[in-house]
Design a binder for this molecule. Structure first.
Ligand SMILES: NC(=O)C1=CN([C@@H]2O[C@H](COP(=O)(O)OP(=O)(O)OC[C@H]3O[C@@H](n4cnc5c(N)ncnc54)[C@H](OP(=O)(O)O)[C@@H]3O)[C@@H](O)[C@H]2O)C=CC1
Ligand SMILES: O=CCCC(=O)O
Length: 358
């Protein structure tokens, strides 16, 4: 069986022969060449997270005839493009599609194949990933005319890595399962840079066998993966995480502006925050450019507002009060109404500036 070895940003597919030679020299592969269970507290309801590789390996899924599994990728946006790119660079047989075809061109140059519809991609591939903007586009691409579902069937898998709500995920799951195919929701934590670096965190739920089949690909694109049980749990986990993140960014923006107004240097605030209990990579990463009112897009503000909206819906469905997130959501709505939808979500700070308050 071939092994896929990940070392930093490089991936190497070792053939069966190479493996045989390797094991004759090293009868036991070093432990860092194997996926390791991540130690979890025993009370964890789903003890199924795996710490991913940095220089690890796992078995590449093979088709019965010995050819590597064909992987489809739908949605070449900020996230989908680097994720697909990492699969191609790792030697996977990748077929891509995007609504705006030109965004596929760099992937085609790297060796990807192209198909003209999600249906054709799913028809040609064993496993198809989808990274789409929101619930509407995720449903359209999966279940619409010439959608992926029309190309699915028994033995195939569909993995939706978009951030959507649980209801949407369950709807897509229903359509996929009706074809005899398997479904996994697998939204990701981590933004543009982690996507480029293969350092995403996958929050998966759905068909366990598909989770196991695609683990190799998740490990190429990510640094860890969590299996959370039934469809809806991955979406819920992702929305809770992004609800916290959206509120954190909103209050950080308030802090930056307040510090400046009372005569402090906001750069010093960023440094102080970075050394204390509320330190977060996000503050150190985004703070310096926010101070310069620069918001280069990694995570579009419109998607953060969508996630807050969906998280508030989730909270309402279980009567959980979320007043902080609700207030943050209003701020992102203000920012959107001022044309900042496609800026980075850190541009929410603009909504707090006097010129946007009038
Ligand atoms: N950016 C980030 O940091 C992160 C984003 N996410 C989530 O990942 C998903 C994608 O995000 P990101 O890549 O940043 O977003 P982008 O806006 O860059 O990409 C969105 C993708 O969805 C496609 N799309 C939008 N509407 C439709 C439609 N109606 N029919 C077909 N395709 C459509 C776009 O196609 P086209 O090119 O034609 O417009 C594009 O491929 C979102 O759910 C987001 O919340 C998750 C983690 C991090
Ligand atoms: O959904 C976007 C998440 C961005 C991040 O985790 O940095």
């Amino acid at each position: 069986m071939p092994l896929l070895v990940k070392t930093g940003n490089s991936h190497h597919l070792l053939s069966s022969t190479a493996m045989a030679m390797c094991s004759s020299f090293c009868p036991q592969l070093p432990s860092h060449f194997r996926a390791r269970p991540f130690p979890l507290p025993s009370r964890q309801p789903f003890p199924l997270s795996f710490k991913a590789f940095s220089a690890q390996a796992s078995i590449a899924p093979l088709k019965g005839n010995g050819s590597p599994t064909r992987v489809g990728f739908l949605g070449m946006g900020i996230m989908g493009s680097p994720m697909a790119q990492n699969l191609i660079k790792a030697g996977c047989d990748v077929t891509v599609w995007n609504r705006t075809k030109s965004k596929c061109d760099p992937l085609i140059s790297l060796g990807a194949q192209y198909k003209a519809s999600p249906e054709e991609v799913a028809g040609a591939c064993d496993v198809t990933f989808a990274m789409l903007a929101d619930p509407e586009s995720a449903v359209e691409v999966a279940c619409g005319k010439h959608g992926a579902v029309s190309g699915l069937g028994p033995g195939k898998g569909y993995v939706d890595v978009s951030t959507v709500d649980g209801e949407t995920s369950k709807l897509i799951n229903g359509h996929v399962k009706a074809t005899g195919a398997s479904f996994l929701e697998a939204p990701v934590s981590g933004s543009k840079k982690p996507a480029e670096d293969g350092q995403l965190i996958f929050l998966t739920a759905g068909d366990k066998s598909l989770y196991e089949t695609v683990a190799l690909y998740l490990d190429i694109m990510g640094k860890s993966r969590f299996y959370l049980g039934d469809v809806g749990n991955g979406a819920a986990m992702k929305l809770v995480v992004n609800m916290i993140m959206g509120s954190m960014m909103a209050t950080f923006s308030e802090g930056l502006l307040l510090s400046e107004k009372v005569g402090l240097d906001p750069n010093v605030l960023v440094e102080v925050v970075s050394q204390g209990a509320i330190s977060a990579p996000m503050y150190s990463l985004k703070g310096p450019s926010m101070i310069k009112s620069a918001y280069p897009t990694a995570f579009p503000l419109k998607h953060q507002q969508k996630d807050l909206r969906l998280a508030l819906g989730l909270a309402e469905s279980v009567s959980q009060p979320t007043p902080i997130a609700a207030a943050a959501n209003e701020l992102y709505k203000v920012a959107k109404s001022h044309g900042l939808s496609d800026s980075d979500f850190s541009a929410v700070m603009e909504a707090l500036k006097a010129k946007l308050q009038s």
